[in-house]
Design a binder for this molecule. Structure first.
Ligand code: UDP
Length: 479
């Protein structure tokens, strides 16, 4: 006899940028919808400090009682496929594929099987398991609606048009959305449409469009046009459920950072971080350090050892064995800036930092989680896109919603210290940045309203929950 408690299984693919929002979705399903949730975490490195800290912070919080069950999929080794031409995305996809036998066995052993499986964008290979167990299947787009609009129309796009986009840098026409400029293109797949990953991408998108619904980490008021365009495709029901952002837990802020932030004036500190994987070259790190110093603005900078020509160099292997020493910074930088800022090696509690009243700006790579965390805390951004869909995000944040200024990136371009100094001043103090500082407060309000009871995203998640409950009833009555 199956339980009447609604139960959903979630699958998070490797990478903190996937695990963090999937975890937040799990917690919303538990706390807002009283669902039981089993979260499967696929990782290429469960022992990584970031994974351990995040999962530990969950274990420490007793808010979720027995309703949230986190299952670590046994460590998946993908080192055999690492090599030239194999991107971090390929590694993620293979890691999920190799986790499928475990996932299938675990679900088959469950006393009350889940009525739905939710995977992130890199987990579509697991959707067949949902079919095997007669479960509903959903895809959680941890990024924005505009990205998904581009993805969803790709399988039907004329191949010549994509080739033109790549070779001649012509814009791509996206039905119902503004054309995708080459400068903002989605690098992972479009840059090599003849490459081996491209067909996998198309197959994954087709599977997504055949799912029972797509959850997107955005909200109606933030991306009305892209969401309208998505819904009009009628390919799959669309559920905007965002912003799904981790709530602040002051307890995880280490004393050094909080003590220092507490002593700084309101909105006087710029936070600098390139997400979980972002990595700069040696020359770029030096220019950034000088730019911060020349700006004379207070800062907290999450710094990582430079790697040449690999902007995502830390995505699956944070630190790459570094011991955290800062010997790659310009000589004398730490001494000269000791009263101006803090350099945190490798990883910092970002949500807690962004929610501190002394933070007045965020220099970010424009990862979607970082962008949402900035919006929900009302912090204006400088977006410095590095890889993946970050240039598209930069366009949304700068041109569509007016929440940021943008660093223009070109291959091999080193952003100079004077440009960095000027952008930091613009966002923190100049008159020019005032509109952005006002706009971000409006966005913060809209984000907050979307996820509380009665808000658009809250309602959307409740609708999805209702469909799962109906499925459970149908199964219970053997229909
Ligand atoms: N993050 C963090 N501390 C760091 C760097 C990143 O807590 O030092 C978190 C950040 O708050 C965000 C996630 O890691 O939730 C990064 O996701 P995002 O989409 O911004 O970028 P990605 O790392 O996926 O490129």
């Amino acid at each position: 006899m199956e339980s009447t408690m609604p139960h959903i299984a979630l699958l998070a693919s490797p990478g903190m940028g996937h695990l963090i929002p999937v975890l937040e979705l799990a917690q919303r399903l538990v706390s807002h919808q009283s669902f039981k949730v089993t979260l499967f975490v696929v990782s290429t490195d469960h022992a990584s400090i970031t994974n351990t800290q995040l999962l530990q912070s969950l274990a420490d919080s007793d808010d979720d009682g027995d309703l949230l069950d986190i299952v670590l999929v046994p460590f998946v080794d993908v080192s055999d496929i690492v090599g030239p031409g194999v991107s971090f995305v390929d590694q993620i996809v293979v890691a999920v594929l190799r986790s499928l036998p475990f996932l299938k066995t675990e679900i088959s052993k469950m006393e009350s099987p889940p009525s739905a499986l939710v995977v992130d964008m890199f987990g579509t290979s697991a959707l067949g398991i949902a079919d095997d167990f007669n479960m509903l299947k959903f895809v959680f787009v941890t990024s924005n609606a505009r990205l998904f609009s581009v993805m969803l129309c790709t399988p039907e796009m004329d191949r010549k048009e994509i080739d033109e986009h790549v070779k001649n840098q012509t814009p791509l026409n996206i039905p119902g959305c503004k054309p995708l400029k080459f400068e903002d293109t989605f690098e992972v797949f479009f840059m090599d449409p003849s490459g081996p990953s491209y067909q996998g991408f198309i197959d994954a998108v087709i599977k997504m469009s055949l799912s029972d619904g797509i959850l997107v980490n955005t909200w109606d008021e933030l991306e009305p046009f892209s969401l309208k365009a998505l819904k009009e495709t009628k390919k799959a029901p669309i559920y905007p459920v965002g912003p799904l952002v981790r709530p602040t837990k002051k307890s995880v802020l280490c004393n050094e950072i909080i003590d220092w932030l507490d002593k700084q004036p309101k909105e006087s500190v710029i936070y600098v971080s390139f997400g979980s994987g972002g990595t700069l070259s040696t020359q770029q790190v030096i220019e950034l350090a000088w730019g911060l110093e020349l700006s004379q603005q207070r800062f907290v900078w999450v710094a990582r050892p430079p790697i040449e020509n690999d902007a995502a160099g830390n995505f699956l292997a944070l630190g790459n064995g570094s011991d955290g020493t800062l010997n790659y910074l310009p000589e004398g930088f730490s001494a000269r800036t000791q009263d101006l800022g803090l350099v945190i090696p490798m990883w910092a509690p970002q949500v807690e930092i962004l929610s501190h009243p002394s933070i007045g700006g965020f220099l970010t790579h424009g990862g979607w989680n970082s962008a949402l965390e900035s919006i929900i805390n009302g912090v204006p951004m400088i977006v410095w896109p590095l890889y993946s869909e970050q240039k598209m995000n930069a366009d949304i944040l700068t041109e569509d919603i007016g929440a940021s200024i943008r660093v223009t990136m070109k291959p091999d371009r080193v952003v100079g210290r004077e440009e960095i100094r000027s952008m930091v001043s613009k966002i923190m103090i100049d008159h020019e940045g005032r509109n952005i500082r006002t706009r971000i407060k409006e966005l913060k309000n809209s984000a907050t309203k979307a996820v509380v009871e009665g808000g658009s995203s809250y309602t959307s998640l409740s609708q999805l929950a209702e469909i799962c409950i109906q499925r459970l009833k149908t199964k219970a009555y053997g229909a």
